[in-house]
Ligand binder design. Structure first.
Ligand code: AMP
Length: 187
């Protein structure tokens, strides 16, 4: 398939996390930059968000941050890269979706989960075919995949949609998975 141009990364904004997650975010930022893939993200300078964006920027990669006004101070907008300040969360989320052709979900909290699940729900409804990969080195997302399997077993998600749920352990593996995949629409 065509080379990925832009990948949107969803990830935690907390600084109070195990350093392995920060290092993974940095590794992903470097990998995207090294492959000449633009990073689209929430625009913050905190947590995994800031780590990924700074690493991509330091490696010479293109980065676009999208930040709602009310979070400018709280998430300490990273102004060394291209950034857009928008009115609200919905605009941020829609712009992040539109500016990317695939998604990577790093470890994160409620915001990360909410963003990832919404994109999956849009795929489930056939609104887009952009692929998504969950990335962790330590099985952080394993309980989420267990939940998805449980829901599939219950018949609430059709089995072929399982193929849209990709779990990877390295940035390179995640990017390769996205390059090879399209979400199965309306399975
Ligand atoms: P968290 O995973 O909770 O650390 O949040 C990660 C990022 O998701 C932060 O930049 C939050 O501002 C953002 N976020 C939280 N809730 C939402 C939402 N409903 N829509 C879009 N982004 C959100």
């Amino acid at each position: 398939m065509a080379k990925l141009q832009s990948v949107c990364v969803y990830c935690g904004a907390s600084d109070s996390v195990n350093a392995i997650y920060i290092r993974l975010a940095e590794a992903l930022g470097r990998e995207l930059a090294g492959r000449d893939i633009r990073l689209v993200y929430g625009g913050g300078g905190v947590g995994l968000m800031g780590a990924c964006a700074r690493a991509a920027h330091e490696r010479g990669g293109e980065v676009l941050g999208i930040m709602p006004k009310f979070l400018l101070a709280k998430e300490r907008i990273f102004t060394d890269v291209e950034h857009r300040i928008v009115d609200d969360m919905h605009t941020r989320k829609m712009m992040m979706f539109e500016e990317a052709d695939a998604f990577i979900v790093l470890p994160g909290g409620i915001g990360t989960l909410e963003e990832a699940v919404e994109i999956l729900s849009w795929a489930r409804l056939g609104l887009h075919a952009k692929p998504m990969a969950f990335l962790d080195e330590d099985g952080f997302w394993a309980p989420f995949f267990e939940l998805m399997d449980h829901i599939i077993a219950g018949g609430f998600i059709p089995d072929p949609f399982r193929a849209a749920l990709v779990h990877c352990a390295t940035p390179a593996e995640a990017i390769t998975a996205l390059e090879d995949r399209r979400v199965v629409i309306d399975p």
